[in-house]
Write a protein of this length. Structure first.
Lengths: 102, 170
């Protein structure tokens, strides 16, 4: 599968879900399926963030990225879970750790 | 403006991840979903299987929200949507062409990318169960790094964490 085909497949999945939403806008999955769909995005984003910040080279390691992780968590708390605040304070933590690590 | 800025960020990160500049713009035109596009770029190296599993999970989250959003679909939201989409696509185009000139190591692009996902997760944390899901996801991510094959470690860890989160009562 080349990159263009992959992009078109992702587009099909994304638009497919929107079409289902428009066609059956009052039908809400309940029970286990509904709860799974509710928590999956949060789990995916946290796993992507954790992997990138704790194992940037594919294995767990102590790097300045951990400073970014600490900064990001502090930023999320201080700015009341703001996306921009999390990124900016996380980046500041990363740069501080990078300077301290030489 | 904010959507345009995130479009630029997506463009920069996508070309840094190895996606051609023109394909990066195509992605913003045809997918039009920030979360799915950032996940696509984050999992690009893992291959099509993990990308499709993750983006399907992200896309299907629209279903639980459908009842709440139903009353908001109308002419006004369509106009707003066109404006947001234009900002998103034009921002992506700028980022895709500027991104080639950026040294990823100098700026710590990988770390900023990971922080972006942390930033996307932050507004989703609303209840005690969400905090538990965060804790489970961190543990699953660490364990997946040790035991799962490279291609499936992210999608696999997220799926297991979501299943455990599903079992947690509010």
């Amino acid at each position: 599968v080349n990159d263009l085909t992959l992009i078109l497949l992702v587009a099909a999945v994304t638009f497919g879900s929107r079409v289902v939403f428009l066609a059956r806008r009052r039908s809400v999955p309940e029970g286990i399926v509904g709860r799974f769909l509710e928590v999956f995005p949060l789990a995916l984003f946290i796993v992507l963030a954790t992997t990138g910040l704790t194992a940037p080279e594919g294995v767990l390691a102590v790097t300045p990225a951990l400073g970014g992780a600490v900064g990001g968590v502090v930023g999320a708390i201080v700015t009341r879970r703001s996306l921009v605040g999390t990124i900016l304070i996380g980046a500041a933590g990363y740069w501080l750790a990078r300077v301290l690590a030489g | 403006v904010a959507v345009g800025v995130f479009g630029i960020a997506f463009g920069v990160l996508a070309v840094q991840a190895g996606l051609a500049a023109w394909l990066t713009v195509v992605a913003s035109v045809v997918i039009v979903s920030g979360a799915a596009q950032f996940a696509l770029v984050g999992l690009l190296a893992a291959g099509p299987g993990p990308v499709l599993v993750a983006t399907t999970g992200l896309a299907l989250r629209h279903l639980p929200m459908s009842a709440k959003l139903a009353s908001l679909v109308g002419d006004h939201s369509l106009r707003t949507r066109v404006g947001l989409d234009s900002a998103w696509v034009s921002g992506t185009a700028v980022g895709a062409f500027v991104g080639k000139a950026i040294d990823p190591a100098a700026l710590g692009i990988d770390v900023l990318f990971a922080l972006l996902f942390l930033g996307l997760a932050a507004p989703l944390i609303r209840t005690r169960r969400d905090w538990l899901v965060v804790g489970v996801a961190v543990v699953c991510a660490a364990l997946a790094t040790l035991v799962l094959p490279e291609a499936w470690k992210i999608t696999g860890a997220a799926t297991v964490a979501a299943f455990i989160g599903t079992a947690i009562r509010e």
